[in-house]
Write a protein that binds this ligand. Sequence first.
Ligand SMILES: NC(=O)c1ccc[n+]([C@@H]2O[C@H](COP(=O)([O-])OP(=O)(O)OC[C@H]3O[C@@H](n4cnc5c(N)ncnc54)[C@H](OP(=O)(O)O)[C@@H]3O)[C@@H](O)[C@H]2O)c1
Length: 493
Amino acid sequence: MATENIALITLFGAAGDLAHRKLYPSLFKLYQKGYLADHFALLGTSRREKSDEEFQALVADSIKDIKETKAGEAAAFAKHFFYQAHDVTKPEHYDVLKDRLAELDQQFVTKGNRLFYMSVAPQFFGVIAMNIKKQGLLTDEGYNRLIMEKPFGRDFASAKELNDELSQTFEENQIFRIDHYLGKEMVQNIQALRFGNTIIESLWNNRYIDNIQVTLSEKLGVEERAGYYDNSGALRDMVQNHIMQVVAQLAMEQPVSFTDSDVRVEKIKALRSLRVYTPSEAASNFVRGQYDAGADTPAYRDADGVPADSATETFVAAKLLFDNYRWSGVPFYVRTGKKLADKFTRIDVVFKKPLIDIFANPRMTSDQSLKSNVLTIYVEPESGFALRVNAKSTGQGFKTEPVDLKFLQSAAEKKEAPEPYERLFHDALEGNHTNFASWAEIAYSWKFVDVVRKLWDIEEPQFPNYAPGSMGPAASDELLARDGRAWIYKLNK
Ligand SMILES: NC(=O)c1ccc[n+]([C@@H]2O[C@H](COP(=O)([O-])OP(=O)(O)OC[C@H]3O[C@@H](n4cnc5c(N)ncnc54)[C@H](OP(=O)(O)O)[C@@H]3O)[C@@H](O)[C@H]2O)c1
């Protein structure tokens, strides 16, 4: 039975792409399930003029593809939405917001529970937070919470500056920094798999694990986001946030309890023990790439809005090392890129082989020897996991072959599973930080990434260096081959 959340949401960037594609549909799903009901309202803002009715029509349009569970549900939902033209940089505009929020608070009896959502360009994050306080938009009665989109800074220095600005208005426990990877079913399942299963957690260390591999692979190129992307690159856009968050969940110790504060403590400790490389270590443990032209697709440098000599990386592979008792000597290999073979995210946990292969005999070829056990966590598009084990192959004689013990979510289960934004909205309404990035986590991951960024900013890359439809440059395979290892996911396998 869903518990109704009572909240007045102020959305900055209400006419934007994210709001239309993700935020309104997610709120509607929460409404359908009873997590939002009579006592919620949303005041949308952006600069362009719009009446409440026009805004309600825009919201209705964004949810038109979601099947109603009751007649008239979508129209009733849209009636909770209101609009105020507003320029975030103009302090006087916040006076009007303040009055409208007070009215809506009364009308919907939202008991002073205020959730401010910043879905605007990041340069506005600081000014919005400052004006929320200065112009008196906070309430003393209920809660004041801030949800913010990525990116959180461009490096440690700018992230710290932003965090200092936010801290003038909001305490750390009032800030919810979105990393939509943390809203994904199988990323959340990492903790269930690890801490709910003796057979997994008891092996989750350097005695039994040889290496861990994380792949976030995208099939698309930069498409319409060229302007933003060329300024960012894969290191900032994917590694500093999504990959570091996934890695922290894989590396963390067991929390005392599954509460947000206990989980945070352990993620922070994990990131603290991540080895920050010297520039020369970074040079040998990081690989960057940029895609070339393919048969029917232009090179990154020829995409609209990208300079012809762009040095922006569209691919990163790296070897990460944790200096702690659990992980000493176990490399975490990560890779992400655009225009790769397929769109998928997966984690491969590669276990050590048995110390002695008693089945080996002189007539055996090397591919008949025992294989490593691999636990694969499929994050998307499939959700599930597989455990590769060695078994006797059926028939005369004695040979072993790897077989997969596999669980994949059914199509029906997948359809029922909430989208990341729905989960994360719900968590923020409940005040649960488990699936949001804390400032300390962000600070450690920027410090780690900054060394690489600085190095790459001064060294000219040899771009382009990989073909669309591949799994990145050859140097990505060499990074593992050097250690006598290979990526578990390979093309055509
Ligand atoms: N779109 C995505 O899939 C996606 C994914 C991940 C993260 N994000 C993040 O989400 C945020 C929003 O992205 P988006 O794609 O929705 O951006 P967008 O489509 O460009 O929308 C930006 C919104 O901000 C408003 N705005 C711009 N300047 C303003 C000002 N001075 N005062 C008040 N409102 C102003 C715009 O409306 P007016 O022009 O009418 O003011 C519009 O509503 C960004 O931080 C982005 O990095 C987006």
